[in-house]
Structure formats: C-alpha cells, structure tokens
Design a protein around this ligand. Sequence first.
Ligand code: COA
Length: 308
Amino acid sequence: MIQPARAIGWASHLPDEVVTNDDLERTLDTTDAWIRERTGISERRVGGHPPSMAVTAACEAMAVAGCEASTLDLILVATSTTDQHLPAAASRVHDALGANCGAFDINAACSGFVYALVTAYGFLATGMKRVLVVGSDAMSRIVDWQDRGTAILFGDGAGALVLEAGGDGGLVTYDMGTDSASRHILYCDVGSKLQMEGREVFKVAVRSVVDSIQRALKAAEMDAGDIDVFVPHQANYRIVEAVCSRLGIPCEKSVNTLAHTGNTSAGSIPVAIAHALERGRIHDGDTVLLAGFGAGMSWGSAIVRWSA
Ligand code: COA
C-alpha cells in the first residue's frame, strides 16, 4: 500500500440538457444505430459550465462526507475546458465551499481525474489529512457540432471525491505515462474546436491502457483476477471491451455510464465511481482499478483498495 486513505464523500453532477442520438440524426449524416453500435452511446448531457459543475459536485461530496470545508487541506480540480485562463476552476470551488486551503487545477485531458487522484494521495503522504478531488469538463463547449467524427462522442459532467488519510484501504499502486509524439491525433487549440483522428486514438487508447494496467498490476503483485471493480474512462464501449478482453477482466466487472453520458473527459471516472457507489457495486475491501486515457496522449491507472 503506497498511501492509506478513506473515501469519505462522493458525488456527481450532470447538466439537465440531453442530446440524444436521434437529435444528432437530424443535424448530422449519422444514425442512432451507428452511434450505439460503434460507441455504446445513446445520449449525452450538454450546456455545462465546468467550474459550476465542479462546485455542485464538490458541495454534494462534502455534504456526504459531513465535514467542514475548513478541514480540507487541498482542493484539486481536473479540467481542460474551463472558461478562464486564470484563476483555476479550483479557486471557484474553494470560494463556494468557504475553504481556507490551497487549490489548483490539473490538466491531463481525459486522464485528468486519475492524475489528480494520484496527486491527492501524494499530498496525503506528505502529511495532509483531507483532500477534495474533482473532475469537471464541458466537452460540448469545444466540440464542433457539425463534425460527426467527434460530436457523437462527447458530453458534459463532473464528479468529486473527498479523501481522508488513514484506514485500511488506499492507493495500492499506480502507473502514468504520455506518448507525446502522438499529441497531434487529439488536440484543441485555444478558441478553436476539438480535432481528432478517431481510429488512431482508438488504437493508442487500447494499447496504452492495457500496457499501463499490466504495469500497475505487476507493481502491485496482482493479476487481473484480483480486480473486483474496473472503472474505465468512458470514451467508447468498444475500447472497454477490447481492454477487458486483452486483460482477462470480465466486462461485467466494468462500470459503464457511457450510454447516458458520452465522454465527459475528466468528469468521466468520478461520475462512474459515484454511479457505482450509489448502486452498491463497490464495497469496503474491494480492489478497484481506475484507468484513464486522453489527449497527450496521456494515460494513467490506479489500483485502490476501497475503504469508505
Ligand atoms: N456516423 C456514421 N458513419 C460514420 C460516423 C458517424 N458518426 N463517423 C464515421 N463514419 C463512417 C466513416 O466515414 C467510415 O465510412 P467508410 O467506411 O465509408 O469510409 C466508417 O463510418 C468507419 O469509420 P471509422 O472511423 O473506421 O469508424 P470507427 O469504427 O473507428 O468509429 C470512432 C469511429 C470515432 C467512433 C472511433 O474510432 C473511436 O471511438 N475512436 C476513439 C475516440 C476517443 O475515444 N476519443 C477520446 C479519447 S479520450
């Protein structure tokens, strides 16, 4: 165990406005059947504002944790779609909560929440007691809604987790990496729209996630059979299936919110964690595997022994 910690609060937030595949059929050369078959997505939420979604998820997670904001030692927000160059979105969460700790953003695109979570455990290891970790993105702001190669995939959402040092569970191990030579296959220039080579991203995602999880399992002296719950980044259900099949993890162990959320970037994994917890799919003592990937091309895996 690298760092013992309990998850004492969690929440997710999705904006109200729903865009279904049928809606997209009316404006794009695509079909509901094609989108569902090639991605597993049926609908996504749009109209989100990353700092506001982060605030809502953070406030609810703190309410679940039942602790005062003044007891937080750090606020981390993973986002790549926030609306100001500065200050950080974390500053707005800090203000809304009335916290008096440090607060900053992390941008590792869709890998952002895993990176922020590992960073949080790192700060707990240096002596902090409580850290709030949030992932929030509004991909609808940077997607070109006329581009069927990307518009079908993305949505908006946020999730938050409050970690407290101590307990029987915590971070068992992690793996992070970046294939920076491939950064041109998925990017978004400031003030512009997302550009993506979908097929290439698919291949890099499967390869990098499988390799990353294998490294994390090896470091933990575990094998795929030790994983109780797999929370993958929600990008494309075929990516999840390919990763599960290559690693020998039954797909039933994976948590999937994708059908109703699309890819919410840094919001994806914490939304899926909250979804799984609310349905009783994660129990104390479970070995939970988190795996993210995204622009960079970045990836990150974390193996957590769950303790709430
Ligand atoms: N609706 C209908 N047809 C579509 C389409 C759409 N939305 N998008 C592409 N097509 C067509 C293509 O033009 C192509 O037609 P052709 O055979 O006549 O040339 C055909 O469908 C197959 O295209 P391809 O790009 O090979 O499809 P795919 O199975 O790879 O699916 C993605 C495309 C984008 C869904 C898939 O590559 C993907 O999900 N990639 C990963 C993206 C991702 O996860 N990004 C975020 C990372 S964090």
